[in-house]
Design a protein around this ligand. Sequence first.
Ligand code: MN
Length: 285
Amino acid sequence: MRLASTRDSRLHVVVDDVAVDVTDALDLPTGPGGPLLTFLERGGDLGAISALDLDTLPSRPLAALDLDAPIARPGKIVGAPVNYLDHKAEMGEQRTIADYGVFLKASSSVIGPGADVRLPYRDVRTDQEGELAVVIGRTASRVPVAEALDHVFGYAPLLDITVRSGEDRSTRKSFDTFTPFGPWVTTADEVGDPGELELRCWVGGELRQETSTRELVYDVAELVAYTSHVMTLFPGDVIATGTPAGVGPIKPGQRIVVEISRLGRLEVGVSDEGAIDYDSRPGPR
Ligand code: MN
């Protein structure tokens, strides 16, 4: 099942090129987290959706939807540093996620399909990182690897946008608009093995990144299990699983596309609206 949220905070089931609005049928309130977050917090029972007669509900062509991120404000976004060996090599890294652990991105950095990534600085490089996102469906605390995937609700393409300056990762990756996510969440039952997905990322029409999730250092189950031994994962939390080689600078006016097999294609723009020089950022030095 593919679940999409719109900017007016309504939840849709996407069937081929049609979107069926299930917000009222599921009695989901609209709010800042988005209707899918509420659905997941209430237990994420897909049976409740399967039981609906979709033919009787309001529907629109998928292309007519004003899509938002499937979860506009997740409880938390966990990131995975250096989780592909080819990215380790290109960054001259000596260490991997096994040494670094995970990091957090601000949930306020999420944007949806078609929105613009806003570059914060005119004179510091900002890069794209195309990634597989994992959406948690069941509360996970210290779960073993063998049970980790039982706690996953679904998957989506995601971009972990990153400034290449010297600050801590949580700063460099948390600027507003730095976590494009979508276009929808595909439920885990429809995805099968998350270690067999093909990921591609284009910037300005140029193919920059191409990998399979079988190349992950910590695969999805290991990453969920590891993270759950650090922090309790709640329904609607998002884990960005890391990026393969091919990160590079993004420029105003470019389009960024990340496409993952079985999950769809996320496209956003790049803008320098409001960008400042790095040395004019607030604070004494
Ligand atoms: Mn990343």
